[in-house]
Each structure stands twice: as structure tokens, then as C-alpha cells.
Design a protein around this ligand. Structure first.
Ligand SMILES: *[C@@H]1O[C@H](CO)[C@@H](O)[C@H](O)[C@H]1NC(C)=O
Length: 207
């Protein structure tokens, strides 16, 4: 029978090995803008144009419980469609601090922001999938058209984007929730065909 300080040490060792095995899919904690994140989640079907812009993180201890999208409505012929231009994460900490911080990385210049959509029951965003139009030549390319998220409670919430292209496969799940984002944007090209948002990465935090 082990008792006293020895049992405390044993318990701590057991706890540590449980925590390690529970997070073995991640290579530890990484840092971005002074915030610790545990994983980056991505999807395989992003558009080919543009460059990764800057990451933006919710404040420490906050998680994304909702999102909004910047959508350019269909431009008709002979307009230049860009469809989805930006994604905002609405960061919360408990019910008291709901929607007090918004992060968006870089958004394209076209379109208007939608009303936020929320995960039910205080849940957090935990995974995503992108609706992307395949490149066409010649043609009016739009790249990303819409985003759907899965909440930590398992519910799916689809944004109010456009209909071109297909939804691709889901990203991995954040074990607790999303806490930051980074967009890939094609800069404005003047009179040539614009696509704006091409891809999205989300960051997971555990605390
Ligand atoms: C993510 O979580 C959902 C349930 O919320 C599950 O159906 C799915 O298999 C999980 N995906 C991965 C890659 O673990």
C-alpha cells in the first residue's frame, strides 16, 4: 500500500502519461503572436492563387464560438465574381464575454460581412470544410465560395456563401476549439480576373 507523498507523485506521473497519450497527434505546443496553439487544421481543396497572409489569434483563454463571412453577391455577365472574400472568428470566454473580440486575418476588398452565426450551447468551432470552385480556363474564377464549420458539440453550421464548386473533405478536429485563423488571398489584379480568398487555416488551442 503506497501512501503519503509517494502516492501524490505516482498520481502526478499517471496523470502526465494520460495527458501525453491524449495529445500524441500534436508535436507539442507552438507559439504564434505570443499565444500557444496546439495544432493547425487545414483542408486539401484550397484554391491555387495568392499567398498566405498574417495569422490572427483570439486573446489568451478565448475560443471562436461563432463566425461571419464576407461575401460578394453574383455579379452577372460581364462582371468579375470573387464570391467569398473573408472570414471572421467571433471569440468568446464563457457567456459573459461573448463576441467581445473579432479576428479576421486579411479579407478581400469585395462584398459585405454577414451576421455572425454561433455554435449552440456555448460550444466552439472545432473543424471546417471549404466549398471551392475548380480552376477553369478561360473563365471567371472565384476559388472559395463558402465555409461550413463543425462545433465542439458535433453540430454543423454552414455560412451564407455562394453555390459554385463543391464542399471538400473536413479538416481534422480541434480537441477543444479553434482560437485563430490565417487566410490565403489573391491580391487585386486590376482589370484581370480576381478570386480574393483562396484557402484558410485555423489554429487550435487547449486552454
Ligand atoms: C471529428 O469529430 C466528428 C464528430 O464531432 C467525428 O464524426 C469525426 O470522425 C472526427 N474527425 C476526425 C478526423 O477525428
Amino acid at each position: 500500500m503506497i501512501s503519503g507523498p509517494q502516492s501524490v507523485v505516482l498520481l502526478l506521473l499517471l496523470l502526465e502519461s494520460c495527458l501525453r497519450s491524449g495529445s500524441s497527434e500534436y508535436d507539442g505546443f507552438r507559439e504564434r503572436e505570443g499565444h500557444l496553439y496546439t495544432a493547425v487544421i487545414e483542408v486539401p481543396n484550397g484554391g491555387p492563387w495568392g499567398d498566405w497572409t498574417w495569422p490572427e489569434m483570439c486573446p489568451d483563454g478565448f475560443f471562436a464560438s461563432g463566425f461571419s463571412l464576407k461575401v460578394e453577391p453574383p455579379q452577372g455577365i460581364p462582371g468579375d465574381d470573387t464570391a467569398l472574400n473573408g472570414v471572421r472568428l467571433h471569440c468568446s470566454r464563457g457567456d459573459a464575454e461573448r463576441n467581445t473580440h473579432v479576428v479576421e486575418s486579411q479579407a478581400g476588398r469585395w462584398g459585405a460581412w454577414s451576421e455572425p452565426q454561433w455554435c449552440p450551447d456555448g460550444g466552439f468551432l472545432a473543424a471546417f470544410s471549404l466549398r471551392v470552385e475548380e480552376p477553369r480556363t478561360p473563365g471567371d474564377n472565384t476559388a472559395v465560395n463558402n465555409v461550413r464549420f463543425r462545433c465542439s458539440g458535433g453540430e454543423e453550421v454552414e455560412g451564407p456563401g455562394l453555390e459554385w464548386g463543391e464542399f471538400g473533405s473536413w479538416s481534422d478536429n480541434c480537441s477543444k476549439g479553434v482560437c485563430g485563423l490565417q487566410t490565403k488571398q489573391e491580391p487585386p489584379r486590376g482589370l484581370r480576373d480576381d478570386t480574393a480568398l483562396n484557402d484558410l487555416r485555423l489554429f487550435c488551442c487547449s486552454s
